[in-house]
Design a protein around this ligand. Structure first.
Ligand code: ADP
Ligand code: MG
Length: 724
């Protein structure tokens, strides 16, 4: 079986390398970019002036949209879409399932004379009503009151989805219940951006800025695996769980470190080029592509954008990768840990804040020690992460990410901030009273006079930190590869909004009392650094010593999803999100339930799948080989000799088969558990089911290593990861 998939995979690569597709003409990127988007340029050209101005005011300043404007936009939008071949439109939203959802409606309406005309009103643009009862709501809606509404989010322009012979107009929306509660990931994100803006503007004004709006910026780096489709379809675990549940580590893993930034295989590069081109057309500014650390692992990253748009674009990026890979005979795996024993995938969420003039508030400039405004925003992030460790940790918790965090390849489950030498030095000066100087990086001496002199960064990088300052932004690195980044960004925004609020409160009070702003800032900074320096850690985040040290510092170490999720519903968390009007206690409880249920369901599916694969794939193969060894031993005996090693192998193998069978039964029994509550059931999954799955896998993998290739029923790591 393994061999059949291998033969097919090799054939598919060979066919591809001979195909016409390889020499497709190069697209004109500048012309293509945004060509399928109803963007500012198109809006300007097609909207009546007053409608255009009103829409801009909504987009840039959040001014509520009048229905008359919506009607004008809808009409222009429909004409534009229909001219480009669109027949349908869809309200596109991000329910709590973690993926996106869409329901398509036709533009066509019958007219009285028996024909049909294309129609689209402002009302249809602004509000949709998908039957919401089947989306997870965490108990916020029972089916009899299932009304859910999608509301157009004008901050991200609509685009066209071209799919073979049909074109659909996609309208990004927020998804809320009849009572106005958030049923999606977008609504809280938009609210959190508002919250942060309000507080950041207060702080900026103290520094004399005239800014009226601050947005968060976000540039997510996406890691993913690509494997040949033939292998994928031969593995029930990949199809149904997105990760392998069995599979022995190959002799060659990533120890040669020859994959990272290595040259990209031709078929993969062609896939990347098409995915990028398609993303370009819908306005996603992809910038970087490269090989990642693990074999068959890659990364794609865009140029950063405003967070609300970046989040949509990130969802589109994941969708496009998945959708386009099969055209190249490949499958894109976004799971956090598709292959045990091989590096998993994450998403680095680069994050910063900018005012409406485009100033990056986390840009330290040449002399950060002197840049009080920068220091305030930077220390606000320190305070935010320190005070909201639990919430941030919970925002990235999932069954998939449990395989990575703390597993010596990904950041630990403990949140801390890497600042680098330069900033750490400045903070130490602040702590001692005042910052007087900035350590400079100087220049790099490469030792070859023909090479240009390169400026040296003031600090090195640290890959082991979950939250790192990287020059002019923070990078939240513990985010998982498959997740919607809206939620971690929401939590981060609220955490920082809250820190900025307390800073603004204190500074405004000092100024009112007649104090000089900068003096008040200096004093406050010293206080804040003393209070929150425990969150700064520049050392090796993977080390055992750090775990101990973090414990001494009183930092949280929430090792898994079940430990982390309750952080969403602590009294402080609810108060925090309610005060900033980002989420109500009810909404938070709903989310907690949805995430807990997702954890339970994921593990249940994985457990059931393991049992299925054990009984219907591995065991039959193992019994077959056992029979072959036994037959061989008997044949030797019948011929008058004794096969000492044959008997020994039979003994070893039979013992493993027995053990495998026993462990399968044990897992089956454990999966029958019905918890009295979702919490208890989750604890059972974590404490009983996960270890039982690990045990069964270990035995299965030992069997794999002893079983002949022709008999083994599934493709192996060696094939899946190295045939590309
Ligand atoms: P690295 O993090 O490896 O140094 P880059 O400098 O290319 O690499 O940045 C990685 C990601 O960070 C990119 O997606 C980039 O657009 C994004 N980024 C850069 N500046 C900002 C910013 N001010 N806010 C948010 N993201 C940013
Ligand atoms: Mg990076």
């Amino acid at each position: 079986m393994g061999s059949a998939a291998l033969t097919e995979a090799v054939k598919s690569i060979r066919d591809w390398s001979k195909s016409e597709g390889r020499v497709a003409p190069l697209p004109n990127m500048a012309e293509l970019f945004g060509s399928l988007v109803f963007n500012d340029k198109v809006q300007q050209a097609r909207l009546p002036k007053p409608a255009y101005r009103a829409l801009r005011a909504t987009i840039t300043r959040g001014v509520p949209l009048e229905l008359s404007t919506a009607d004008a936009v809808a009409s222009a939008l429909k004409d534009w879409a229909v001219e480009h071949g669109a027949t349908h439109y869809t309200h596109w939203f991000q329910p709590m399932t973690g993926i996106t959802a869409e329901k398509h409606d036709s533009f066509l309406a019958p007219s009285s004379d028996g024909r049909a005309v294309a129609e689209f009103s402002g009302k249809e643009l602004v509000k949709g009503e998908p039957d919401a009862s089947s989306f997870p709501s965490g108990g916020m809606r029972s089916t009899f009151e299932a009304r859910g509404y999608t509301a157009w989010d004008p901050t991200n322009p609509p685009w066209l989805h071209v799919n073979g012979n049909n074109v659909t107009l996609v309208i990004p929306t927020a998804f809320v219940s009849w009572t106005g509660e958030a049923l999606d990931k977008k609504t809280p994100l938009l609210r959190s951006i508002e919250a942060l803006s309000t507080q950041a503007v207060r702080v900026l004004q103290l520094f004399g800025s005239t800014a009226e709006r601050v947005t968060t910026t976000c540039g997510p780096e996406q890691e993913y695996f690509l494997i040949d489709q033939n292998f994928f379809y031969a593995r029930p675990d990949l199809i149904n769980a997105g990760r392998t549940l069995f599979g022995a580590k190959p002799p060659k893993g990533q120890e040669m470190e020859d994959q990272y930034f290595g040259s990209i295989p031709e078929r993969v590069l062609a896939f990347m080029a098409e995915a990028e081109t398609e993303l370009y057309k819908v306005g996603v500014p992809i910038k970087t592509r490269h090989n990642e650390v693990a074999p068959s692992q890659y990364e794609v990253a865009p140029i950063f954008e405003q967070a609300n748009v970046a989040v949509d674009h990130q969802m589109m990026t994941m969708e496009f990768l998945k959708r386009i890979a099969p055209k190249y005979g490949l499958v894109c795996l976004l799971h956090e840990k598709p292959f045990a024993g091989v590096n998993g995938s994450g998403k680095h969420n680069n994050w910063s804040m900018a005012d409406e003039f485009g100033n990056n508030l986390l840009n330290p400039g040449d002399n950060p020690h002197d840049n009080m405004q920068f220091l305030v925003f930077c220390v606000a992030v320190l305070r935010a992460v320190d005070r909201c460790q639990g919430l941030l940790r919970a925002s990235i918790a999932s069954a998939g990410n449990d395989h990575r965090l703390g597993a010596n390849e990904a950041p630990p489950a403990i949140l801390s901030i890497f600042l680098g030498d330069q900033l750490t030095d400045i903070l130490e000066q602040i702590e001692a009273g005042a910052a007087k100087s900035t350590r400079q990086g100087g220049h790099l001496d490469v030792g070859v006079s023909a090479l240009p002199r390169l400026p040296r960064d003031a600090g090195d990088r640290n890959r082991t930190s979950p939250f790192a300052f990287t020059g002019n932004k923070f990078e939240f690195r513990a985010v998982s590869s498959g997740q919607n980044i809206a939620w971690p960004n929401t939590v981060l925004n609220v955490a920082v909004a809250d820190a900025l609020e307390s800073i603004a409160d204190e500074l405004e009070k000092a100024v009112k009392g007649g104090q000089d702003v900068l003096k008040a800032v200096a004093k406050l900074l010293t206080k804040l650094v003393r209070e929150h320096k425990r969150i700064v850690f520049n050392g090796n985040g993977y080390s055992k010593e750090w775990e101990k040290e973090a414990g001494k510092r009183g930092l949280l170490n929430l090792k898994n999803t079940v430990d982390a999720l309750p952080q969403l519903v602590t009294t402080e968390a609810i108060k925090l999100l309610e005060r900033h009007k980002v989420m109500s206690g009810r909404e938070l409880h709903a989310r907690y339930e949805v995430y807990l249920e997702a954890y339970n369901k994921t593990l249940n599916i994985e457990g059931q799948l393991m049992v299925l694969m054990a009984n219907r794939y591995i065991l039959p193969a193992a019994l077959e080989y056992q029979r072959q060894i036994a037959a061989s031993v008997s044949a030797v005996k019948a011929a008058g000799a004794t096969s000492v090693q044959g008997k020994k192998l039979l003994g070893t193998y039979a013992k493993l088969v027995d053990q495998f069978r026993t462990q399968t039964d044990a897992l089956t029994t454990l999966l029958e558990h019905a918890g009295s509550s979702a919490e208890k059931h989750a604890a059972h999954m974590r404490d009983k089911v996960v270890p039982a799955m690990e045990k069964l896998r270990l035995t299965g993998d030992q069997l794999e290593l002893l079983t002949p290739h022709e008999v083994w029923p599934m493709p192996t790591y060696r094939e899946m990861l190295f045939v590309k």
